[in-house]
Design a binder for this molecule. Structure first.
Ligand code: CP3
Length: 346
């Protein structure tokens, strides 16, 4: 597995052909996913090891991507810890009881041996997946403290994360306790996946771009660092990703990541200028080209390869997740196009 192109790129050694996987490669864009999921809620499917394993493998089988991403969700750990949360189709995660006061934080369940034991279905699913994937590496993941806590504070999806940002400013101690709780929650979830066989991890801080650099560094970075510290003693690369977070690229790396995911708003060569020399990057084909002509799509793929050619390592991905209405054949063809290209080095 150490020889896989994914791990080589993430260690900063270039592989012979471009390495590619897609955020949200599993899921609604695949008919085999939709039929398997029928009659089972999203979060129930995540704690059924056979189902989670099969869904994880589906896009690898179909598209020949170079990595699997464990089928789960950033709110699965909260559900396993006992919080009332569901994923409303077309909406996203919704919590029964938003966390907004000190008393709400006091009432959060402890994260101890009982939680670790309850992660058994996750360990089992990862084990089944790794066996099924063979030589293709599995990426484990978790949500970062800001993004997960923002769902908990808002109670559901939010555009501006205003309540969360207000809590951070008006009750910084309450925020710090909540963020520390999520760091422990996500950190133990990451560690369980790696110990069960995941070869790399990605920490998703999807909504962190809503913060200024000052707010990030003072109120979020220490908690993201605490989450990543749960796997820092294990020999796995740690990818960190946020949307609209160009201004946070370097401090996010500073939270203890070893590679940075970049969204489609920032060219990879510009990202490299913002990062310490030698940092491997991941990204960042604009998902919009999944809905254009092949000519436009392949031109974008070539441009992304060229922009990443100066990096010590480059894992090709989309700038954000696969939209549910993407045509799976378009993704399969994009993977084979990428695999036909060499890794031109600058
Ligand atoms: O293939 C993969 O990438 C692995 C699976 C995965 C899911 N969620 C499955 C899922 C991953 C990595 C996630 C992470 C996740 N979940 C993030 C971070 C990545 C990102 O997109 O920025 C976030 C913010 C969430 C929260 C969340 N969960 C949202 C916003 C939604 C979409 C709601 C909707 O229906 O449009 C979900 C639901 C979800 N998570 C689905 C899947 C396959 C769709 C639910 C379904 O199939 O019924």
């Amino acid at each position: 597995m150490g020889d896989s192109s994914l791990l080589r790129e993430l260690r900063g050694e270039r592989a012979d052909t471009p390495t590619v996987w897609f955020m949200r490669q599993a899921g609604r864009s695949l008919p085999e996913y939709r039929s398997l999921r029928e009659g089972t809620t999203m979060l129930d499917s995540c704690v059924r090891p056979d189902m989670a394993a099969e869904i994880t493998v589906q896009p690898v089988r179909r598209h020949q991507v170079d990595a699997g991403i464990f089928f789960s969700d950033i709110v699965v750990p909260a559900r396993i810890a006992g919080l009332g949360v569901e994923i409303k189709p077309g909406v996203g995660p919704v919590f029964d009881h938003p966390i907004r006061t000190e008393a709400d934080v006091d009432a959060l369940p402890p994260l101890d041996d009982v939680y670790d034991a309850a992660l058994a279905p996750i360990r089992e699913a990862v084990g089944l997946t790794v066996a099924e994937l063979g030589t293709t590496p599995l990426i484990g993941f978790a949500g970062a403290p800001f993004t997960v806590a923002s769902y908990m504070v808002e109670g559901g999806p939010s555009r501006d994360h205003l309540r969360t940002r207000a809590l951070m400013r008006s009750q910084p101690e309450v925020w710090a306790r909540l963020a520390a709780w999520v760091a422990e929650l996500s950190g133990r979830f990451l560690r369980a996946q790696v110990l069960a066989g995941a070869s790399a991890v990605q920490l998703f801080d999807s909504w962190v771009g809503a913060l200024s650099e000052d707010m990030y560094v003072s109120s979020v970075q220490p908690h993201s660092a605490a989450a990543l510290a749960h796997v820092a003693d294990l020999p796995v690369p740690r990818i960190h990703f946020g949307v609209g977070a160009a201004h946070l690229l370097s401090p996010m790396l500073g939270a203890g990541a070893t590679a940075m995911g970049v969204d489609h708003r920032l060219r990879l060569d510009q990202a490299l200028d913002l990062l310490p020399a030698g940092t491997p990057v991941q990204g960042n084909i604009d998902p919009a080209v999944l809905f254009t002509s092949e000519e436009v799509r392949f031109a974008e793929a070539r441009a992304v390869l060229a922009a990443g050619s100066a990096a010590s390592g480059h894992v090709v991905n989309l700038g954000h997740g696969v939209p549910p209405d993407a045509d799976p054949q378009v993704l399969t063809d994009l993977v084979s196009f990428l695999h036909e290209q060499g890794t031109a080095r600058a």
